[in-house]
Design a binder for this molecule. Structure first.
Ligand code: LIP
Length: 263
């Protein structure tokens, strides 16, 4: 039986190593592999993922690895799967905006059992293990006590394929109209960690991927929050809609979102 603390130590080591590589190489943020209207892929995304994969598979050679930059995103048949986003918030990174992170989750039979989210430019490391407290820089974190959606600050995002009239616009408008503030800051993993730390009350995003939310989702849960996946009917098994909240506003937030989904 694998000892969970080894999993978390390895996740932290890999997140720190990849995050440090990205931070030290910020001057190379213009080295682009592919660019899209609303997104970009950097050489550093690929390099950081390789650093993570090497550390993980050297430590746990029997485990499987799934990364945002992996060439294939198909179903993996292994008890343990490591799920990584080497730079979550790549667009922020390319602009020199410090809100980006490395996110690493360990899933056992499809359930996240350990997660690390490291934001080098903010000097914050969020961690959690199943059935234990969540931490930011070794200090326990807890979700907010905000009692209603009207008083809440809720974070959301726009995906790469966003076009006028798409679901994220309707959802943003709904959140903006029904909360104290809607926020878009550009890193799903860090946004969910803000919910864990009680600095935001909720998070929702359409078209988000497992590597964006797996580690931070566990961190939010272990900080006392509630998370929920709303699956799409088909296509990419790793693509989903995702809600994280302080638990208290969860039903209100879910109802608002469900009323504005496009399909
Ligand atoms: C990004 C997210 C961001 C979201 C984008 C994208 P990447 O991840 O974290 O918040 O709105 O759709 O998925 O591509 O920077 O790793």
């Amino acid at each position: 039986m694998m000892i969970s603390s080894s999993l978390i130590s390895c996740a932290v080591s890999a997140a720190r190593a990849a995050g440090a590589h990205a931070l030290q190489n910020q001057h190379r943020r213009g080295e682009v592999i592919a660019s899209f209207k609303h997104d970009v892929k950097l050489k550093l995304d690929v390099e950081c993922q390789q650093i993570i994969e090497d550390i993980v598979l050297k430590t746990f050679p029997q485990h499987a690895f799934l990364g945002e930059e992996s060439s294939k995103h198909e179903t993996i048949d292994n008890e343990y799967v490591w799920v990584a986003d080497p730079i979550d918030g790549t667009v922020n990174f390319t602009h020199g905006f410090p809100y980006w992170c490395t996110s690493i989750a360990v899933q056992r039979n499809g359930e996240t059992v350990a997660g690390a989210v490291y934001a080098p430019a903010l000097q914050e490391l969020y961690t959690a293990e199943k059935d234990k407290e969540a931490f930011c820089n070794d200090t326990p974190v807890r979700v907010s006590k905000t009692a209603g959606l009207k008083q809440s600050m809720v974070m959301t995002g726009m995906d790469r394929d966003n076009e006028p009239g798409h679901e994220p616009y309707s959802i943003f408008r709904a959140i903006a109209d029904n909360t104290q503030k809607a926020r878009i800051t550009g890193s799903a993993a860090l946004d969910i960690c803000q919910v864990a730390a009680g600095r935001a009350d909720g998070y929702f995003e359409s078209c988000i991927y497992l590597w964006d939310i797996a580690a931070a989702g566990l961190i939010a849960q272990q900080a006392g929050g509630q998370t929920e996946i709303i699956h799409y009917p088909s296509d990419n098994i790793y693509r989903m809609r995702f809600i994280a909240s302080n638990g208290i506003i969860h039903n209100e937030l879910r109802a608002l979102i469900k009323a504005h989904l496009h399909n």
